[in-house]
Ligand binder design. Structure first.
Ligand code: 26Q
Length: 847
């Protein structure tokens, strides 16, 4: 294996010395009890091949080492009485902890050497850890990057979330179809978390409201006959990069789950409710907790509402409990506490904070409302209407009677305000109202209950202001603001691409790791051929590492799961990567259709020479999203057709990488030459994979959408492959006339692929023909995402990509401008802006 690729040489700063071995041995012998079977040293564990135990005891030993910093950080925040930020998110897609913690602790080399001296390879130990996949995609990974940046910037900021028993499903591709398996990430225990039973809180569901009369005509509301659910917190340390800060990610668990009750067969069909309903009571239902595998789609399920309320109620209770330890009035609450609501999933934070302040702490309504709005801020991540959460009013009233009542009061007051500002405009009141048609529009609640709503890129924020929430913007012109997303350079360059990190550090020093704008200095070296060759060689080695991974871990499997074939890819070909959740608006289908067109050209011209290319797809589809699953099947039909056709002479290859997750991303992204960011303009709020790929030296082919627009500003449009309709043109076309059949009439190559999809040419299997037919039909009937419209320009642009790749040095020069332009897209910059413009935190170094 390419060991060099995974070691790195930034200077270690954390004193571990011999004490680390002692720590590991202590945990092997005593914590894990292996002393009883004769394991008295690490060597003994190695001899007995107890690698999982080595992983666990190493992690526990490291956790012991950071404990003092963790305690000191808490003390510092308490003593200085600094304002603290609590990031509320239903998702944290953190991936593995061990490698990342070693990097941030500055202990990677020592640990690698210590283990090497005992004949243990750290990489193999790292691979034993399960990913913490407590998120779907971009939103969850963003939350994880933000935690890393807050700790690195020495800001008092913590995460609250849910400790799902099952994270995002494990995906298998069998006979080209996606099959889902439950993700048992906790099956071997989790050495990074600490359970705090003493901080258990009770979350109340259902019940009846009772009014008590107090003095001076005041009333108090109490809930009686509710169903209590105990939420137990588990804390995970969030370690800053080579500083003393250790913040906390606190995840709530509601379960002593009975795994036997969980029907795994029904789970496979993607039907969570059914999987659980028959066998579990409502009480149990809220106890086994599962991540909903939908991204950008809200199925409106009751169980999901329960989860969201557990997150919100437990977290707000916890925040208030610790606030009260240091304060005896709520007057200064918003000077000490900030709450960031990550999409609308935790937007009940608004009503829960109101409920506790008013009902339990006796604060009067107007004052509580003032505190709530000054404390809360909301981030929007989507403009897709099917993703905007709306809860059924009856469901909410039954499950959360007091929170529902509070929504009614807030809405009443808010509608009155609208009416005052726009007298007589009843239609406007209706459009802005939180409650409409028996539904609660959670985004409206979040906007009204916060002092800030931010978009995640400039274009996205423009669309929020001018279109989706135009009338809110009119009423509160200062509320909507932009915080362009970013990624942490520690996990997305330093850790997964150590050779590139070293090459960069050799040129400009290691300042870039915590100040990514330093990368701009690389522009000086665009004519330095040694540097350019270095970039190309490193990319080549990263591609070989991916080639080995694919050969070993990504074989073609039949319906029974038997291996049919091992896949060989050509590292001299362009590695063309589209890795993201599968969604129609992201247009994986456009990429696939282009591949079919290219295949046709090669079949028509058997002697044609092209730039060899490997098309790599990685994507999970929501289990219930039939069209997306059909596209996965289509890509795999293409792969079978093309990879086995001798006429193609290996010039193009199609590979679907199964089970895309953070750990696979860390192998895939450093190996990419070309990054596919081809969403229908206006629909991808930001994207963050675009940033990760460019930072690792891939060139982008993309539309002017999300953060691509700002990347083009930083990198120079001439150093990217931008094509297609822009957001304004999409809007215009959608409101006017568009006939996809016309595109077919004018483009013979497109007409041909549509015919193929509807004919028997691509496959002889009936079930597969139906999949292809459905795809063709959706394109011809509506083509909602304007795939056929953009396809001709996409094809033209892909031809430019192929041409440029022939000139290695010209390609490498563009790579330099891409990496050099990525400074803006550090999550450190995003967090600095959140801190200064929304949260008002103070940098708080720990001694
Ligand atoms: C909602 C209701 C019920 C069940 C599930 C959901 C749900 C869950 C996850 C809805 C949406 C999500 C995730 C959305 C998401 O990841 N959005 C992405 O956020 C990124 C970070 O800001 C952006 O870069 C992407 O553009 C955006 O698509």
């Amino acid at each position: 294996m390419h060991d060099k690729l995974r070691s790195h040489n930034t200077v270690d700063t954390f004193p571990l010395n011999g004490s680390l071995s002692e720590g590991i041995e202590h945990h092997l012998k005593k914590t894990l009890g292996l002393g009883l079977r004769g394991v008295l040293s690490i060597k003994d564990a190695v001899d007995q091949k107890l690698y999982l135990h080595i992983y666990k005891s190493l992690s526990l030993a490291l956790r012991d080492k950071i404990m003092d910093k963790w305690i000191a950080t808490n003390q510092e925040y308490k003593n200085k009485e600094v304002k603290q930020l609590f990031y509320l998110s239903a998702e944290y897609l953190t991936g593995r902890f061990l490698g990342n913690n070693l990097i941030n602790l500055g202990a990677m080399k020592q640990v690698r050497d210590t283990l090497d001296s005992m004949g243990v390879n750290l990489n193999e130990i790292e691979d034993l850890e399960m990913d913490a996949g407590l998120g779907n995609g971009g939103l969850g990974r963003l939350a994880a990057c933000f935690l890393d940046s807050m700790a690195t910037l020495q800001l008092p900021g913590h995460g609250y979330g849910l400790r799902y028993d099952y994270g995002i499903f494990r995906q298998e591709i069998l006979d080209g179809f996606q099959v889902e398996h439950p993700d048992q990430w906790l099956q071997h225990g989790n050495p990074w978390e600490i359970q705090h039973e003493e901080d258990t809180v009770i979350v109340k569901f259902g019940g009846q409201l009772h009014r008590k009369n107090l003095m001076q005509g005041k009333k108090k509301t109490e809930i009686k006959g509710y169903e209590p659910v105990a939420a137990v917190p588990f804390d995970t340390p969030v370690i800053g990069f080579k500083n003393n800060t250790v913040n906390t990610l606190r995840l709530w668990s509601t379960s002593v789950p009975d795994y036997n009750k969980f029907d795994i067969k029904a789970f496979d069909k993607g039907d969570y409710e059914q999987a659980l309903k028959d066998v579990l009571s409502h009480e149990d239902l809220t106890m086994v907790s599962i991540l909903y595998p939908n991204d950008n789609h809200d199925p409106g399920k009751r169980l999901r509402l329960s989860q969201q309320y557990i997150l919100v109620s437990a977290s707000i209770q916890d925040i208030i409990r610790s606030y009260k330890k240091a304060n005896n009035s709520f007057d200064g609450f918003s000077q000490k506490v900030a709450i960031q609501i990550n999409d609308t999933h935790p937007s009940l934070a608004v009503t829960e904070l109101m409920r506790i302040l008013v009902d339990e702490e006796g604060v009067n309504w107007d004052k509580a409302w003032d505190i709530t709005r000054k404390t809360c801020a909301y981030t929007n991540h989507t403009v897709l209407s099917e993703a905007l959460e709306q809860w059924d009013g009856h469901m909410m009233k039954e499950l959360l009677p007091r929170n529902f009542e509070i929504i009614e009061i807030i809405n009443h007051d808010f509608c009155e305000l609208v009416w005052e500002q726009y007298p007589g405009d009843m239609e406007r009141v209706r459009r802005l109202s939180i409650l409409e048609n028996g539904k609660i529009r959670m985004a409206h609640l979040a906007i009204v209950g916060s002092h800030s709503m931010n978009g995640v890129a400039e274009l996205h924020t423009r669309i929020l202001k001018d279109q989706v929430f135009r009338e809110f913007h009119e009423m509160f012109p200062k509320k909507i603001n932009c915080k362009t997303n970013g990624i942490t350079p520690r996990r997305w360059l330093l850790k997964p691409n150590p050779e590139l990190a070293n090459l960069i550090t050799g040129k400009i020093g290691e300042g870039w790791i915590t100040d990514l704008q330093e990368l701009r200095k690389l522009e000086k070296f665009v004519d330095d051929s040694e540097f350019l060759n270095g970039l190309l060689e490193i990319k080549r080695r990263n591609k070989e590492r991916l080639k080995d991974y694919i050969h070993k871990h990504n074989p073609v499997k039949n319906a029974r799961g038997e291996i049919v074939e091992r896949i060989e890819v050509n590292p001299d070909s362009i590695f063309d990567v589209q890795a993201k959740r599968l969604h129609e608006y992201k247009r994986q289908l456009m990429n696939a259709l282009y591949i079919l067109m290219l295949y046709n050209e090669l079949k028509d011209n058997p002697s044609k020479e092209i730039t060899p290319r490997t098309f790599l797809f990685a994507a999970k589809s929501a289990p219930g999203y039939a069209q997306a699953k059909g596209i996965i099947k289509f890509i795999n039909i293409l792969a079978r057709l093309i990879n086995n056709d001798p006429d193609i002479r290996g010039m193009i290859k199609v590979v679907f990488l199964e089970n895309y997750n953070v750990s696979l991303a860390e192998i895939l992204i450093p190996a990419a030459d070309l990054s596919e960011q081809i969403s229908t303009a206006g629909l991808e709020a930001s994207g963050t994979g675009n940033m990760k790929l460019a930072l690792n030296g891939a060139l982008t082919i993309g539309t002017m959408d999300g953060a691509n627009v700002e990347m083009a500003e930083q990198i120079g449009e001439e150093n990217m492959f931008i094509f297609g309709l822009n957001a304004d043109e999409v809007k215009q076309l959608k409101s006017g006339y568009y006939n996809p059949e016309e595109i077919c009439r004018n483009h013979k190559d497109i007409q041909k692929i549509m015919d193929q999809l509807c004919s028997k040419k691509l496959t002889s299997i009936v079930e597969e023909r139906e999949v292809l037919h459905r795809i063709a039909e959706s394109l011809m009937r509506e083509d909602r995402y304007l795939i056929l419209k953009d396809l001709p320009l996409y094809k033209e642009t892909q031809e430019k990509v192929a041409l440029l790749y022939q000139d290695k040095m010209a390609w490498a020069r563009k790579v330099v401008f891409n990496i050099a332009g990525m400074g803006k897209f550090s999550s450190d910059r995003s967090i600095q802006q959140y801190s200064e413009e929304i949260w008002n935190l103070q940098e708080t170094p720990v001694q």
